[in-house]
Design a protein around this ligand. Sequence first.
Ligand code: DGL
Length: 273
Amino acid sequence: MHPIGIFDSGYGGLTVFRAIAARLPGYDYLYLGDNGRAPYGNRSFETVYHYTLECMEWFFKMGCPLVIVACNTASAKALRTIQQRDLPLIAPDRRVLGVIRPTAEVIGNYTHTGSVGVLGTKGTVSSGSYKLEINRFFPDVQVHQMACPMWVPLIENGEYLSDGADYFVQKYLDKLFTAAPDIDTILLACTHYPLLMDKIKKYLPAGVQVVAQGEIVADSLADYLHRHPEMESRITRQGNRRFYTTDDTTDFDNHATAFFGQRVRSERLTTGS
Ligand code: DGL
């Protein structure tokens, strides 16, 4: 098997994998959620980098020619170093792609006011990666970021449909729109946030659209494979999907349905640290 690897700190990347599997169903896939060390959102650069690199090495050992880092925090804090410094040394024939660049490439096309709100973890926001990448493709777009540190815990604890979640959804959105009332497009720059979609829509000012990343990343991957036939031909196509977690498999399987849209049966991976 030479599957496409899909990595996240935990369950969240399953929202991205769901869109990829729908768009490109024929390939083999290997998913890893580092639940044992999640969440990554508040961790330092060094820690996120160390964890992410360790997981990339596992994907390479498992035979993946291509890995998608379907985690915004890891894409923001670790991806560039892995692509530029580590890959040439440890696996020059493999590729690792993230979720920030493909999103930044298109998000400017959604806005009419030229003002975009980016919602993410503390780590993603403090890295400044979205602002940098969006302005690389759309120099005139104003990027207003808001860290929403309570959203991932609400989702991970199964509280995303509860009345209690409304308070924190409204709190961060109000703060963002008070600072930048001309925003007409909101980007969910965290893999978990699509689960809060209904509540987010409830508290947005009229006429503001919400963009989730799954389909954007899936389209970008399809385009990448089309442009890189030498990589595409290395990926096996038997429709296999394997799921690994670094924590309890029953817990992973119970949570996964909400993120992936169907039941999964995961296997346990024990990491070195
Ligand atoms: N997957 C992470 C992201 O997209 C959110 C969860 C975490 O903090 O680990 O940023």
